[in-house]
Design a protein around this ligand. Structure first.
Ligand SMILES: O=S(=O)([O-])[S-]
Length: 271
């Protein structure tokens, strides 16, 4: 399970971690970064275009959304010296949402989720408490191998539509309220991903508070939770937080609303 870790935990384990900074290169170079961090900016591990269901050919019913090609991801991690069995910590300066997307991408492409960690409180927490550097790390290229798991949390649009009729399942829209009001998957519940984040510390809410926010909306660990947003970036953060809180039955709609709308599926409006 991808974990959420403190700056002190990262400081204690720095020598044993592949540290991935997903901010833009100018921030990594100009503002500084964690010691030993490599820079893998957000745009570099996303597909250039959204790939909808069936885009891989007539018999392809998979939805790869914004996931990169396996070879591209292998080359990217390999050239940055990240190995297939590395423990990885990722961070950004956006409350963790971009870093979470990196970690979920790695998980979906087969990196052991037990070895994936999100820095709580993002770069700002590290900057307040620990030294940063502008020194480039020494990088030794690796042969990173993508090997997607046989069982995946990925679901397609049909599964999302069917989930709406299942009382054991809750479909969750992690966008902002105005986006939800303009149009959402019928029956979906609104949970802005930032509602689980403390705006000041940029870290996740204390466990009890986070669980209370979720329970208020009927999102409880005994239910299956199906997540979507626009292009699967914001759900990546919610996915990591829910795993951290102990939610076991999660489904990840990579195609998200982009695909849903491309397929002319129904939308509900209003709050
Ligand atoms: O975060 S997003 O994929 O909805 S743009």
């Amino acid at each position: 399970m991808t974990d959420i870790v403190s700056t002190d935990w990262v400081a204690d384990h720095l020598g044993d971690l592949g540290v991935v900074d997903v901010r833009d290169a100018w921030e990594y170079d100009g503002i500084g970064h964690l010691p030993g961090a490599v820079n893998i900016p957000f745009d570099s591990f996303r597909a250039e275009e959204h790939a909808a269901e069936g885009s891989g050919g007539a018999n392809d019913d998979s939805s790869t959304g914004m996931l990169p090609d396996a070879e591209d991801f292998e080359a990217l991690l390999g050239e940055n010296g990240i190995a297939t069995d590395d423990e990885i910590v990722a961070y950004d300066d956006m409350h963790g949402v971009f870093a979470a997307r990196f970690l979920v991408t790695a998980e979906l492409l087969g990196h052991d989720p037990e070895k994936l960690h999100l820095l709580d409180g993002d770069f700002s927490a590290w900057q307040r408490e620990h030294e940063t550097t502008s020194d480039a790390p020494g990088v030794e290229a690796t042969d990173y191998v993508v090997d997607p798991p046989a069982e995946s949390v990925l679901v397609d649009a049909d599964a999302v539509a069917a989930a709406g009729d299942d009382p054991e399942t809750v479909v969750v829209d992690t966008r902002e309220d105005w986006e939800y009001e303009e149009g959402h998957v019928p029956g979906a519940i609104l949970l802005d991903w930032k509602d689980l984040v403390d705006d000041e510390s940029r870290g996740i809410l204390p466990r009890d508070e986070a669980l209370a926010v979720l329970e208020e909306r009927g999102i409880t660990p005994n239910r299956r939770v199906v997540l979507y947003c626009n292009t699967a970036r914001r759900i990546s953060h919610t996915y990591v937080v829910l795993r951290h809180l102990g939610f076991e039955d999660l489904a990840f709609y990579e195609g998200s609303l982009t695909e849903w709308e491309e397929q002319d599926r129904p939308l509900e409006t209003g709050s």
